[in-house]
Design a protein around this ligand. Structure first.
Ligand code: GLC
Length: 438
């Protein structure tokens, strides 16, 4: 397809997935509600051709914010019975500050909205208008960051924890396998919906789902109180992707407050968080043997020495110094970047547990590619960035706006296709619009 047709198709996907309530679903059937980080990426795509829809995407998410600043990972604006766990499962009314108006989950997702606001500022033609919009929303995002640093950083080290694998955005990554071994959840009775839309071999198993559900049951038994969750959740992790998104968003808030003016206290606070977080990030999450950023399991007090696409996202937030960045790129090239592979597999292809077809255990995801692309550009690794961008476009051009893609080039030759998961997936469409316009 030529560039114009690809753009036209991408736009069609976004418009088809846009809902009357003013937000965009990630994918028909499979994900029929509003997801937090999806909405951020979707807003970037929308901003290229319909800034009002982009604003509405952000607004519909911010409306669900809790009194303590928390923003949930799913907002149930609409009814649908094609997804489990749906609106009646999470019982967020248990938390005294949860939204009374909107049903939602009680877990969150990577904090992308700060940098998305900066992207909207960059893309909008009418700068006065978008600045006015940002000015009236930015404090909600600041409040969300304040929530993270005051509720999710129990050791006061500038790193925030996630307490559920769904908070990471990388749901069934092999990162969590050893945590599942520490748990023995009940064999819950529930009806999975995802496997009615997508081949079960590409999705997490029933037993994995038992673990996912069990952690939410524990959070409910804590009435979603973060202090209790930090004590009781069997899953408590510093995730490099999650923390890198927070730092990138901090940086964007500092820039945007600078443009708005007269916000010295908030800027000062953001700079303090930023400095502390960057230091801890490099001290605690960089593995000098693997030459990559890794996850840290707080519950079991140990690093998780495995590499995934999340390992390269700190480039986007300017976290490594030049020397570390060079090492990181070498790791990317050596383990993920062979000539027979598309960048960037979601899990280390040299590891035994790498599975090129299964969700976050190997396939390429477009949002991670976009984040890493931006990181490579930031550090001037232009050749690698160009490769990443071209391969991302090639995959979509070949396979359509799939949810995830087999990173092995041979698959496309042998079986004729390699795109998996949902079709017409919104962030695949949104971010390709952005990449094609770079
Ligand atoms: C899956 C992905 C998650 C995404 C959601 C909606 O759960 O793992 O990152 O936000 O789908 O697209």
């Amino acid at each position: 397809m030529n560039k114009d047709n690809l753009l036209k198709e991408a736009k069609r996907v976004l418009l088809d997935n846009f809902q009357p309530e003013g937000f965009t679903i990630p994918c028909k059937g499979l994900y029929p509600f509003q997801w937090k980080w999806d909405s951020g990426f979707i807003a970037i795509g929308l901003a290229h051709f319909d800034i009002e829809k982009a604003k509405s995407e952000i607004d519909s998410l911010l409306k669900s914010q809790w009194g303590n600043g928390f923003i949930p990972h799913i907002v149930f604006h609409n009814d649908s019975d094609t997804y489990f766990p749906g609106p009646d499962f999470h019982h967020t009314y248990l938390h005294p500050e949860a939204s009374k108006k909107y049903k939602s989950s009680g877990i969150t997702q990577p904090p992308v909205i700060g940098f998305v606001l900066e992207e909207l500022y960059r893309l909008a033609e009418d700068k006065d208008d978008i600045l006015c919009f940002i000015e009236s929303r930015i404090d909600s995002v600041y409040k969300n960051h304040h929530y993270f640093y005051s509720h999710r950083d129990p050791f006061d080290e500038g790193l925030v924890y996630i307490y559920h694998n769904w908070e990471s955005g990388t749901d069934n990554s092999p990162m969590w396998d050893h945590i599942w071994e520490t748990m023995d959840p009940p064999d819950y009775d529930f009806e999975r919906k995802d496997t009615t839309h997508v081949d079960a071999s590409q999705r997490p198993t029933k037993r994995e789902y038992d673990h996912y559900i069990h952690i939410i049951e524990i959070a409910k038994s804590c009435n979603y109180d973060d202090r209790l969750i930090a004590e009781r959740s069997p899953f408590l992790v510093y995730d490099p992707l999650f923390n890198a998104m927070l730092l990138k968003s901090n940086e964007s808030l500092i820039k945007l407050y600078g443009i708005i003016g007269d916000q010295y206290e908030k800027v000062e606070q953001l700079e303090k968080w930023q400095e502390k977080s960057k230091k801890s990030f490099n001290d605690k999450l960089f593995d000098h043997n693997l030459n990559a950023y890794i996850h840290y399991d707080i519950r079991n007090s140990k690093p998780i020495p495995l590499i995934s696409s999340s390992s390269f996202t700190p480039l986007f937030a300017g976290i490594p110094n030049k020397e570390k960045a060079v090492k990181l790129i070498q790791t990317l090239q050596e383990r993920f970047g062979g000539e027979n592979s598309y960048l960037c597999a979601s899990f280390d292809p040299t590891e035994e547990r790498f599975n090129p077809k299964k969700y976050w255990r190997g396939p390429v995801w477009i949002n991670l590619n976009w984040i890493i692309y931006r990181g490579l550009k930031r550090y001037g690794f232009d050749e690698m960035a160009e490769r990443l961008k071209n391969e991302t476009i090639e995959l979509i051009d070949k396979e359509g706006f799939k949810e995830y893609f087999d990173p092995r080039k041979e698959t496309y030759k042998n079986q004729g296709h390699g795109g998996y998961g949902g079709n017409d997936f919104s962030w695949s469409a949104a971010l390709i619009i952005d990449l094609l316009n770079q």
